[in-house]
Design a protein around this ligand. Sequence first.
Ligand code: GLA
Length: 386
Amino acid sequence: MGIRQLLVALLSSLVALTVASASNAAESRQESFGTMPDGRPVTVITLVNRNKFQVRVISLGATLQSVLVPDRNGKFADIVLGYSDLKGYLGNSSYFGATVGRYANRIAKGRFTLDGMTYQLPINNGVNSLHGGAVGFGQVLWTVDDMKSGQEASVTLRYVSPDGDQGYPGQLTATATYSLNEQNELSLDYRATTDKPTIINMSNHAYWNLAGEDSGRSILGLLLTMPADAYTPVDDTQIPTGEIRSVTGTPFDFRQPKAIGRDIRGRDNQVLIGRGYDHNWVIARQPAANLRLVARVEDPISGRVLEMSSTQPGLQFYSGNFLDGSIVGKNGHVYRQSDGLALEPQLFPDTPNRPEFGSARLDPGKTYESHIIYRFTTKSKPEASP
Ligand code: GLA
């Protein structure tokens, strides 16, 4: 072989190697997901890793549309509730997978005061404001800022919320970055900056069902663990009363793995108000720079396990109480009560009106950050006892 042939052979094997490793790496790709009623295009971004875990995010609402992970036998299922097409997400009043903000959860009577000024937000949940108002972050079109493939697959979406949007002060620039790595972790990073003092509390409202969203099994048999000694009870409009109540001896004690359905029919006044669980658990009293484990969900039948970490002090656990059989979800089947559970890391509800809960304030020159990691694993079947 001459020197030229050798070089060509070397070069072509180098190219082959590069192509092989590229196709083995985590990948992101973007496709159309339809058009908004005003004609703007909506896209879906797919993130896939080497283990074939797959996450889809749509630009409407920076929404987590699907998450495909395997069970203990390698069988994949989509474990988040949602819709197959854009039409469903245009009227997503259950917030399936949506990014919620500017203020996730409830603000009493939609009112708060900042630097002596009182602001009024839209009332969209009884007498209160919920998840940022009538047109919150889950209902607006985000732009795709950046996509990456390689060590991990990621997408960053951006939304610029104008000064006065839904009654909130300041022009707020928010980003949501979803990344899927080869350790089967999906991380979600929220950031925001403002040009005037404002308030902020962003979260994600995915409804999980580790059995698979189309399994026909509810979440009541899943085992939930939350390392929280206390929760914040609510009044009958679901606004925290201000009390930090111990979970000891109540249906709210999930410090050891417990089937979600075990105490959900217990005669507890708070369970009655929420029609099940729809409360904020106290993970800590302050946000943290480092992530801490906030919840673990296990499906004993499929073996799928979800471990969630977050930097936020509160965790809203909602057991899908208002799903009433009127929603036709993905692949044309109907979602009923407790077909999914939401775990929303966030500040405590109504913090802007409760200084003892902390602060939701964001000033110009500062960056708001909230980080979540969803880690997917499986647990093997316990050995049958002899
Ligand atoms: C949040 C609320 C619930 C309900 C859902 C959406 O989790 O806490 O009360 O409104 O959103 O249906």
